[in-house]
Structure formats: C-alpha cells, structure tokens
Design a protein. Structure first.
Length: 378
C-alpha cells in the first residue's frame, strides 16, 4: 500500500492524515493520550465538544474538560455553539489564554435536546446563521486554524452539506470534516462516502476529511482512494480499541505490520486507561468509575462470562480492576469479528426541530440561546 500525503490544517501538518473524532464523554485527555501512544505521536486528536457558553462563563466542569496533557501538540479543541457572539468570545478566549492550537466547530450533533432548539445538525439549514458563526469564529481566531465538522443535512429532503461547504470556504474555514449521514440517520445504516467525494469536488480550495464507518486501516485507505478526501476522521472504531491508531498509522503510511492484541495486552491497556482517567480527574475512584463505560467495548468478543462483566461494570478501584482482570483467561487471542461496528449503531429517528424550522432556510428568527447547554461533554 502506498503512503498518503500529509494533511495540512493551517500551520499543522498531520502525517499520516488521520484524526481521532471528537466524542463527548470519551475523547478526553487520557483517551487522546492513549491513542497517541499507539500512533507513535502521529495524527490529530480532537477534544470532546465544549459548549461555548460554558467556556466563556468558565463553568468548572468545562474548564476541567479543556485541559490537555503536556504531551499533546497540536492541541485541538472542538466547540459547539449557536450564538455567533458567544462563539466569537469563546474563540477569542482560547487565543488570548493560549488554550489550544486549533479550533473545530461542531455542526453535527443529532441529539434531540440540541436539534429541538435549532442547534447541532439542525443549524446549517439556516445558512445566514451558519455563516455568522463561522465568520465570528474565524475573525477571532488570529493565527489559529478553524475547521468545521458536519453531517449531510437534516434528512434526505433537507441536504445542506454542499451549501455549508461553500459558506465555510467563503468565511475562511481551513478544513471541513463530513460525517456521511443525515441527522435523521443518527448512527444507523451506512455512511454515504459518495457525499464525501461530492464535497471534495465542491470545495477544492480546502482539505476535506471523510468520516463514518472506518473500522480498520483498510477502511481508511479505501475511503481516501474512493472519495479523494484529504484525511479521515475515526470515531467509534476506537471505542475500547485505542490501538486502532497503530493500525491506522501503519496502514496509511504503507508500512503495514500491525498485530491485533490478545486479552492480556487488552487488560493492560484497560488498567492504563483507568489509571490515566484517575490521574486526570485527581481521584482514582472517579477514574475507575468513569472507566466503567469503556469495559464492554474493550472486552467485546472475548470469552469473559456475564457474571464477570457485571462485576467489572461496578468496579471502583484500580486494585479491584486488576484483580478481576487477572481472573480472566488472558491467553485468548483477539476475537474474530470484533473489528467490526461498535458503539452506537441505531438510526432512522425523526429529527426534532423548532416549530416552522424548515419553512425558510434564510429566516433565522427563533434560534434559542438555550440550544447551548450550560455544561460541556456528555
Ligand atoms: C459517544 C459518541 C460521542 C460523540 N460526540 C461527538 C462530539 O462531541 N462532537 C462531534 O462532532 N461528534 C461527536 N460524535 C460523532 C463522531 O465524532 C463521529 O462523527 C461519528 O461517530 C461517525 O464516525 P464513526 O463512524 O467513525 O464513529 C460522537 C459519537 C459518539 C459515538
């Protein structure tokens, strides 16, 4: 396999062109650190989404979420906001206080409590509002590159990604990531990679990153070849599999040689992940409790037994976690089929929107400020 060209995000060169997708509640500093360790420091690792209002109000939880590990460079922060002025203020704060080296804007969130208020993946439908947000972000970013991440649109009858791509170029956005699903699809069906190819043709001026359904380096290389995109963004494939970054780097650099881990190595990574979370949260117990959500992903496909799975799901100390893992048959090789889809896979939900939202893409009255949650992540 031949190597793919590096990706440029403003002054940052991403080699090979692979990005860890922002995932709320997952891609905090410990998880990014783990993925980066497996990638040998290559790639780009984006924070979970940070609500702009919470950031400018210096919400305590948000200030904790935006902390990067000293080893992280460049530092990529993802913002979510619906109000151009607040987004501008948040970006200005990031620049003034040197909080990150790259800002990504999230226009892909399909969660009803967000779209109901006209936020997330509902927002690009209102073209002037999208433009105003991008404008304020870029205007306040100084030398920091601003990128955006979006879905194809609200549903098949309200596709927005080509218009949004053009607006992004006009407003000085540095790169665009497209998740090839509509909001209505949530995580169901398969991602439409053709849309990624169409966006690439539509905005040749800036890099386009493809996102959706990459579970292996082969998938990543195939997406790049089939769509002509400049880089890939990988989300659920990394859940309980931070070593996927070793595969992605080897595959995209054309070196190959990636080896799947057996349960013994997986158990070691689990303990390390829980340890990093505890250090980051400043409390071992909180770290192990937060780690519980990852347990099923790490053990997917391994022969563990339902009793042990239940015990692991209520573990609250590193010692107990280690002890429980040591009871497993650690000689098990990587299970066949465990490389496939994981994480959220359901879809075809009706998108909940504010009344009359779809009547006029240019009428921006009625976008509610409380579409912004006052805390981040989730
Ligand atoms: C648990 C979870 C949390 C997510 N949180 C965010 C987020 O904070 N910001 C964002 O832009 N996308 C978020 N996403 C969407 C992913 O970034 C990505 O676009 C999506 O999972 C499709 O890529 P994949 O098929 O590689 O998973 C989230 C996805 C999951 C599964």
């Amino acid at each position: 396999m031949t190597a793919f060209s590096p990706l440029s995000i403003g002054p940052h060169t991403v080699r090979p062109p692979v990005v860890l997708a922002p995932m709320a509640g997952i891609t905090n500093a410990p998880f990014r650190t783990l993925c980066r360790e497996f990638s040998g420091g290559k790639g780009l690792f984006v924070s979970e989404m940070i609500t702009t209002r919470a950031l400018v109000e210096r919400n305590e939880k948000t200030m904790q979420l935006i902390r990067f590990d000293a080893s992280e460079t460049p530092r990529s922060i993802q913002l979510y906001g619906v109000d151009p002025v607040t987004v501008g203020k948040a970006v200005r704060m990031i620049v003034d206080e040197d909080l990150a080296d790259h800002v990504d804007l999230n226009f892909g969130c399909p969660v009803p409590k967000v779209t109901r208020k006209g936020g997330g993946s509902a927002l690009p439908y209102k073209r002037p509002l999208l433009r105003a947000i991008l404008h304020e972000a870029v205007a306040n970013a100084g030398d920091l590159p601003v990128t955006m991440k979006m879905r194809k649109g609200i549903d098949d009858d309200h596709i927005t990604y080509l218009d949004a791509g053009r607006i992004a170029v006009e407003e000085g956005v540095t790169a665009i990531a497209l998740h090839g699903r509509t909001a209505a699809q949530h995580y169901g069906g398969t991602a439409d990679w053709d849309a990624i190819a169409r966006l690439k043709e539509h905005v040749p001026e800036i890099p386009v990153l493809g996102n959706g359904d990459i579970w292996s380096a082969d998938d990543a290389a195939r997406m790049m070849r089939e769509t002509g995109c400049d880089g890939v963004v990988v989300g659920r494939g990394c859940l309980g599999r931070p070593w996927l970054f070793a595969d992605l780097v080897a595959g995209l650099e054309g070196t190959g040689g990636y080896r799947t881990p057996g349960l013994r190595e997986v158990a070691d990574v689990m303990v390390r992940h829980a340890t990093l979370l505890g250090e980051w949260l400043g409390d071992e117990r909180r770290g192990v409790v937060d780690f519980r959500k990852h347990v099923a992903w790490y053990l997917k496909g391994f022969s563990v037994g339902s009793e042990m799975r239940k015990r692991l799901a209520v573990t609250s100390s590193l010692e107990a976690l280690r002890a429980q893992l040591s009871e497993l048959d650690l000689d098990q090789p990587w299970p066949e089929g465990a490389d496939g889809p994981r994480g959220r896979t359901s879809g075809n939900n009706r998108v909940v929107l504010p009344d009359g939202w779809l009547k006029d893409p240019y009428d921006c009255a009625g976008v509610s400020e409380d579409a912004e949650l006052d805390t981040s992540g989730g």
